[in-house]
Design a protein around this ligand. Structure first.
Ligand code: UD1
Ligand code: CA
Length: 468
């Protein structure tokens, strides 16, 4: 039996924020959500989240996560004090308790599994994760013998200068046999630099209580980046770049080309097929999927969108939309509001599509707005064509049949339906439906007056004539 406790009650003073530290976002997910996700494979019998500072916000933010139990730590008197709050909940619990700091978001599930495994195989009283940090400032230092049996943990601020030379740090990730931990928890003292009740002192108590029968053991993580704790904004940024690095390594190994990876950002939820090429300054977010052979960028933002195979997208923004195979988008196009572009289409410069559905081989090449439109296949939308979809109160739909063409600078006033093979003359303002196979012209007829001269010139001529 394994229970889990996540310590999330602290304010996170060093973030200098009104938001509790564990709710700060790291690549689209809060720190504490990441911690919870790293535990998914364990399937714990109970998962306690210890909340305090703005606990209401933490609860709301995690509201849709199943099987969490909330434990209130009304005063934040330290990590040991936080775990003491579990005593009423875990009376008589005969299993192990995994304790994680809510601010350690990069842990791999494999590492937690390894911690639990080592703990159970050796029948330890406690097992903790450690790492060798190049810059261990701020972390508790762990002192072990050659068998990885823990001798002591000392907080950075309580260390002597000599102790500070030890770069082996406490990750804040522990597995305890609950019965043993419950015995020492009531003994914690706050006689340290911060006047707090330290969970690390519970570890020290267990060491003193008889490591011979029930060892307290440390295991070292190979990649110290995994256990970075987030205490300030700088560490938050560092964690983000570590996450990005992990993701980019993954996608490059899967056959994706990233040109200038440092200038690209990817959400973990994005899916890419082999031979996708991502050019510089491109950002892919949310539930975005990109098909094989597609080239995105430079300079694109794509969110919650599905892009087919062999598409090119250049300097464009695509949100909540779809583009099918072989189409070309941009430069400077904006697709949003569930725009759907068929295959082999061309969406060109300064074109905005909002809730517009386009068939295959349709071109909207220059300077257009199509909103709330259903457009057929092989349609050519002339430069500057606009759907006037909004009457000030409601949005209305425009339909354009297959193979129709709109001349430059046409305005299609919705609700409106144009049939198939319709040609709209340039500069028209179309307000009434048009059946199939028509030319429609809706503009003032051109007037040409031969021999016409401006009045002032005629006057000048007359004056010149009178004088001569
Ligand atoms: C802690 C460890 C330190 C370790 C480091 C790893 C202790 C005493 N020290 O230090 O050895 O190297 O983590 O990152 O445990 N929290 C509560 N209630 C409290 C205090 C804290 O829930 O009363 C929560 C915080 O929200 C946070 C976590 O516990 O998520 C850790 O607290 P923090 O103050 O960041 O501990 P560190 O000083 O980093
Ligand atoms: Ca911390």
């Amino acid at each position: 039996m394994v229970a889990v406790a996540i310590l999330a009650a602290g304010r996170g003073t060093r973030m200098k924020s009104s938001l509790p530290k564990v709710l700060h976002s790291l690549g689209g997910k809060s720190l504490v959500e990441r911690v919870i996700d790293s535990l998914a494979a364990l399937a714990p019998t109970q998962c306690y989240v210890i909340v305090g500072y703005r606990g209401d916000l933490v609860r709301t933010a995690l509201g849709d996560r199943p099987n969490l139990q909330w434990v209130e730590q009304t005063e934040q008197l330290g990590t040991g004090h936080a775990v003491q709050q579990l005593m009423p909940y875990l009376q008589g619990f005969a299993g192990d308790l995994i304790v994680l700091n809510g601010d350690v978001p990069l842990l791999r599930p494999e590492t937690i599994a390894q911690l639990l495994n080592t703990h159970q195989q050796n029948r330890n009283a406690a097992t903790l994760l450690t790492a060798q940090l190049p810059q261990p400032k701020g972390y508790g230092r762990v002192f072990c013998d050659s068998q990885n049996l823990v001798k002591a943990i000392v907080e950075d601020r309580d260390c002597t200068p000599a102790q500070r030379q030890n770069h082996r740090i406490n990750a804040g990730v522990y597995c305890f046999r609950w019965a043993d931990l419950a015995r020492v928890l009531p003994n914690l003292q706050s006689n340290n630099d911060q006047q707090e009740y330290y969970l690390t002192d519970a570890v020290n108590e267990l060491v003193a209580a008889g490591a011979d029968q029930s060892p307290v053991m440390a295991i070292e993580v190979e990649d110290y980046q995994e256990i970075l704790g987030i205490n300030d904004r700088k560490q938050l940024a560092t964690a983000y770049s570590i996450l990005q690095d992990r993701l980019k390594t993954h996608w490059m190994a899967a056959g994706v080309t990233l040109i200038d990876p440092d200038s690209i950002t990817l959400d973990e939820t994005v899916e890419l097929q082999p031979d996708v090429i991502i050019e510089p300054q491109t950002h892919l977010r949310g539930q975005t999927r990109i098909g094989r052979g597609t080239r995105i960028g430079p300079g694109c933002l794509i969110e919650n969108s599905e892009i087919g195979e062999n598409v090119t997208v250049l300097y464009s923004v695509i949100m909540d939309s779809q583009v099918q195979a072989g189409s070309r988008v941009g430069p400077y196009a904006h697709l949003r509001g569930h725009a759907q572009v068929g295959s082999q289409c061309r969406i060109g410069n300064f074109v905005e599509l909002k809730q517009a559905r386009l068939g295959d081989r349709t071109n909207v090449s220059h300077l257009s707005y199509l909103g709330d439109a259903v457009v057929g296949s092989q349609v050519n939308i002339g430069a500057g064509t606009i759907t006037a979809n909004y009457d000030g109160v409601k949005k209305h739909q425009t339909q354009i049949g297959d193979r129709s063409k709109t001349g430059s600078n046409s305005v299609l006033v919705a609700p409106l339906s144009l049939g198939k093979d319709v040609t709209v003359a340039a500069g028209s303002v179309i307000t009434e439906d048009v059946p199939d196979d028509c030319l429609v012209v809706a503009r003032a007829r051109q007037v040409v007056k031969p021999g016409w001269r401006p009045k002032f010139l005629i006057q000048q001529d007359e004056e010149a004539g009178a004088g001569g």
